[in-house]
Write a protein that binds this ligand. Structure first.
Ligand code: MLC
Ligand code: AMP
Length: 498
C-alpha cells in the first residue's frame, strides 16, 4: 500500500495544503484524489502502470492528481510549467504517456499538442464529484513516477522510481530531519523535480504537516509570511538564499527585522540541488542566526548525503550518508577511496535508488558500476564530512538548481539558421551558481546578437536554458582529435569578466 495515502487517513482534519487564503484538509485530499482515481479508471479496475502526465501548478489540484494517478495504479509524469511545446512533446512521447491531465488554465496550451499526439486530455476542474468503492491495492514494487533529468546525453532521460523508492527517499528525510505534524513549510520550487516533490511536498504530507503552496518563488509574498512566523521549515536552492540575502540588505530596517526574526525562529532551513558557497552559508548565519543544513542528492537516488540535524553543519560540506543510503567514493582507476582528502566519484546503493531510465536499457546499465549508481559527482571526505568538488562532465550545468545538458542546448542552437557551430558551457555566477554561455561560429557574413538569440530561443527552450552570454568566434578551440575544448571556451568567458 502507498504509505503516503494511508498516513493521510490518520491526519484527517489537519490542514494539508494552504493555497492563497484557502485551506484543504487531509480528508479533502483523500476524497478528491479518490474521485480523480475513479475518473481515470473508468471501467477498468487498475491502470496497471499506465503513464499519466500532468501539468498543474503546485496546490490542492496538483496533489489530488498526483495521488489520484497513484491510487488508480498509474505512473505519474509531472510536466514543467515553464516547458515549451517541443519540450512538453518530448517528455510526453519519450515517456510513452497514455493520458494527460491539466487544469482549466493550461488546457488551451496542451489541447493542440494532445490532439496532434492523439492523447486524451482531462481537465481536473471538470472531474465530477462521485462516490467510490475500493481502489486497487498498489504493491510497493510497482513503478510510481517518471521524472525527466538532463545528463551527458543530448536529450533528458526519464528516471523511473517505484513506490518503494519514493517511500525510502521520504523516510530517510523524515527520520533524519525530524519532520513533525506541527511543521509548516512554504513550497515555491518547481514540481517536476525531486526537490519540490519529495523533500518538500511528500515529506510534509507524509508527516501530517502543512504546505503553503506558491506558484513560483515570489519573495515578497513568502517574506510576508516568514515575518508572521508562519513557517518552521524552509527548503530552497542556493540561488534563492543569495536572492534573499540581496533582498534583506535592501529592505527598510523594520521590514528586515520582521523577516529575520521569522527565519531565526525556524527549526530547520535546508539548502541543496547545487553547491552552497561557504560565504553564503556564513552570511546567512550572520544575518539570521540560522546554520543552513546543506544536503546532496540527485533525481536518480533522492537525497544521499546530509549535514546533521543536530551537530555541526559545516559550510562547504554536505555531511554524511542519510539513513539506509550507502555511499562509496571510487577513484578514476577503480579503487575504493578510504583516505581523507582523496577525490573520487560518489557511488550510491540503497532502497532509494531508481530502477531504470525509461526505455533506455543501455543508459541504465552504464549508470551502474557493479550494482552501485554512478553519480558523476566528485567528492572528498574531510574529517568525516563529504565535500563535493565538482562533476566529471563539463557538459552538465547547474543553474539556479536546474540541471542542464550543454549538449541538449547545443543541438537546439544548431537549428538556428546562422549558427554553424557552437559550444555551450556553464560559467561561474554568484547568483545562479553557473549560468549558460555559448560561443558560436556563424555562417559567412551572418550576424547574431544576444537579444536576437534569446528571442529565437524562447519558443524552443525553458527560460533557464536560454544562453545568458554569447560570444561570436572565428573558430572553436579544439584538441588534437578535433574535439571542442570546453575548458578553453569557459576561460574565454571568464577572461571577459576580469
Ligand atoms: C532565470 N533567469 C536566469 C536563470 N533563470 N538567469 C540566469 N540563469 C538562470 N538559471 C532570469 C530570467 O531570464 C529573468 O530575467 C530573471 O532571471 C527572473 O526569472 P525568474 O524565472 O522569475 O526567476 P526566479 O523566479 O527568481 O527563479 C529563480 C529560482 C528558479 C531559483 C526560484 O530558478 C527555481 O525555482 N529553481 C529551482 C530549481 C529546482 O528545484 N531544482 C531542483 C532539481 S532536483 P529577466 O531579464 O527576464 O528579468 C535536484 C536534486 C537535488 O537538483 O539535490 O535537489
Ligand atoms: P538533478 O539531476 O537535477 O537531480 O541534480 C543532481 C545534481 O545536483 C547532483 O548530481 C549534483 O551535481 C548537484 N547537487 C545536488 N545537491 C548538491 C550540493 N549540495 N552541492 C553540490 N551539488 C549538488
Amino acid at each position: 500500500m502507498i504509505s503516503l495515502i494511508t498516513n493521510a487517513e490518520s491526519h484527517g482534519e489537519a490542514i494539508a495544503i494552504r493555497q492563497g487564503e484557502t485551506e484543504y484538509t487531509y480528508h479533502q485530499l483523500l476524497r478528491r484524489s479518490a474521485e480523480v482515481a475513479v475518473n481515470l479508471l473508468g471501467s477498468s479496475t487498475d491502470l496497471q502502470e499506465t503513464h499519466v502526465a500532468y501539468l498543474i501548478p503546485g496546490g490542492f489540484d496538483y496533489v489530488t492528481v498526483q495521488w489520484g494517478i497513484w491510487r488508480a495504479g498509474g505512473v505519474t509524469v509531472p510536466l514543467s510549467l515553464s516547458a515549451t511545446e517541443p519540450e512538453l512533446e518530448y517528455a510526453i512521447t519519450d515517456s510513452d504517456v497514455q493520458r494527460v491531465i491539466t487544469n482549466a488554465e493550461f488546457s488551451a496550451k496542451l489541447a493542440p499538442l494532445c490532439q496532434r499526439l492523439g492523447l486524451q486530455l482531462t481537465v481536473v476542474d471538470e472531474i465530477p464529484e462521485c462516490e467510490f468503492n475500493t481502489l486497487p491495492t498498489i504493491s510497493l514494487n510497482r513503478r510510481a513516477m517518471i521524472l525527466y533529468t538532463s545528463g551527458t546525453t543530448n536529450k533528458p532521460k526519464g528516471v523511473v522510481t517505484t513506490h518503494a523508492n519514493v517511500q525510502a527517499q521520504i523516510e530517510a528525510l523524515v527520520t533524519a530531519w525530524q519532520w513533525q505534524d506541527s511543521d509548516v513549510i512554504p513550497l515555491f520550487l518547481p514540481l517536476h523535480h525531486i526537490h519540490g516533490i519529495i523533500n518538500v511536498l511528500s515529506c510534509a504530507l507524509w508527516s501530517g504537516a502543512t504546505v503553503d503552496t506558491f506558484r513560483h518563488f515570489n519573495a515578497d509574498m513568502i517574506l510576508e509570511q516568514v515575518a508572521k512566523n508562519r513557517y518552521s521549515v524552509f527548503m530552497a536552492v542556493p540561488t534563492i538564499y543569495v536572492k534573499l540575502i540581496q533582498l534583506l540588505h535592501c529592505m527598510p530596517k523594520e521590514q528586515r527585522d520582521g523577516a529575520v526574526q521569522g527565519f531565526s525562529g525556524m527549526r530547520l532551513m535546508v539548502s541543496g540541488s547545487a553547491a552552497l558557497p561557504a560565504s553564503v552559508h556564513k552570511e546567512w548565519t550572520s544575518l539570521t542566526g540560522q546554520a543552513l543544513l546543506e544536503r546532496y542528492g540527485m533525481t536518480e537516488i533522492g537525497m544521499a548525503l546530509s549535514n546533521p540535524y543536530t551537530g555541526e553543519r559545516r559550510p562547504g560540506a554536505v555531511g554524511q550518508p542519510l539513513p539506509n543510503v550507502i555511499v562509496q567514493l571510487k577513484s578514476e582507476s577503480g579503487e575504493l577511496i578510504q583516505t581523507d582528502g582523496i577525490a573520487g566519484e560518489i557511488q550510491v546503493q540503497g532502497p532509494c535508488v531508481f530502477i531504470e531510465y525509461w526505455n533506455k536499457p543501455e543508459a541504465t546499465t552504464e549508470s551502474f558500476d557493479d550494482g552501485w549508481f554512478r553519480t558523476g559527482d566528485i567528492a572528498v571526505i574531510e574529517s568525516g564530512y563529504f565535500r563535493i568538488m565538482g562533476r566529471q562532465s563539463v557538459d552538465i550545468i547547474k543553474s539556479g538548481g536546474y540541471k542542464l545538458s550543454a549538449l541538449e542546448i547545443e543541438s537546439v542552437l544548431l537549428d538556428h539558421e546562422v549558427i554553424q557551430q557552437c559550444a555551450v558551457v556553464g560559467v561561474a555566477d554568484d547568483t545562479w551558481g553557473e549560468s549558460v554561455a555559448v560561443a558560436c561560429v556563424l555562417q559567412q557574413d551572418a550576424e547574431l546578437d544576444l537579444e536576437q538569440l534569446k528571442t529565437w530561443c524562447r519558443d524552443c527552450m525553458s527560460p533557464y536554458k536560454i544562453p545568458k552570454q554569447l560570444k561570436i568566434v572565428e573558430q572553436l578551440p579544439r584538441n588534437a582529435m578535433g574535439k571542442i575544448q570546453k575548458p578553453a571556451v569557459t576561460r574565454m568567458f571568464a577572461s571577459d569578466e576580469s
